[in-house]
Design a binder for this molecule. Structure first.
Ligand SMILES: [Mg+2]
Length: 210
């Protein structure tokens, strides 16, 4: 049976940063975004408020800013190598993130079979933000189930990689999980833990687990 590897983006594939922070940096709005990040990480706001506030910061956002943010972001090394290896084994890899889909979907070009994020309007923003498209931790589980059906695997065939609270629900339903540069709480819920900046080493922890 094939396996499905589910990767979080912010703090997991991105080391010590998030897609919104990288986007806001391009617009000179990093300090404001850091305050919003703090609010969500402390639980003072949830994903809908977070999306509303970053959307408001990004009124001048263009595709060129998104490209610069993506290209300049602090990615772990070896992401494409790991996804090539996963594909070679006949397994599947997907990115499921609460970050904007217009950023997350760029990872399809690196070899992910699927990439899902919160649905934001097309860049530059003309349409309003529709909160119905904003994901939360529970949505990650729903998307994982949908991907399982799509790829013909079950929850028992999944491996999840994550770093924080939004990965908790997902870690609870898969048999193998890797806490990547994670907080202590998530490390306690994971079957494996990795600290460092090379996804190949994180993948090696679970590559031989079946
Ligand atoms: Mg994360």
């Amino acid at each position: 049976m094939a396996r499905l590897h589910l990767f979080d983006l912010d703090g997991t594939l991105l080391h010590g940063s998030t897609a919104p922070l990288e986007i806001s940096r391009q617009l000179g709005r990093e300090a404001e975004n850091i305050a919003i990040e703090r609010a969500i990480s402390e639980g003072r706001i949830g994903p809908p408020e977070y999306a509303t506030q970053v959307h408001a910061l990004w009124t001048d956002l263009t595709e060129a800013h998104v490209t610069a943010a993506f290209d300049g972001a602090p990615w772990l090394s070896g992401i494409e190598d790991v996804w090539t290896e996963i594909r070679r084994n006949g397994d599947y890899c997907a990115v499921v993130s609460l970050s904007p889909s217009f950023f997350v979907e760029r990872l399809l070009s690196w070899g992910a079979h699927a990439a899902h994020g919160s649905r934001f309007p097309a860049v530059p923003f003309v349409e309003p933000l529709d909160l119905a498209g904003i994901l939360n931790a529970a949505a990650k589980v729903r998307i994982a189930d949908r991907l399982c059906a799509e790829f013909g695997v079950s929850r028992a065939d999944c491996v999840a990689y994550g770093d924080s609270g939004s990965d908790k629900d997902l870690f609870g339903i898969v048999p193998v999980s890797v806490a990547v540069n994670a907080d202590r709480h998530l490390r306690g819920l994971a079957t494996h833990s990795y600290t460092g900046q090379d996804l190949r080493a994180a993948y090696q922890l679970v590559a031989g687990t079946r």
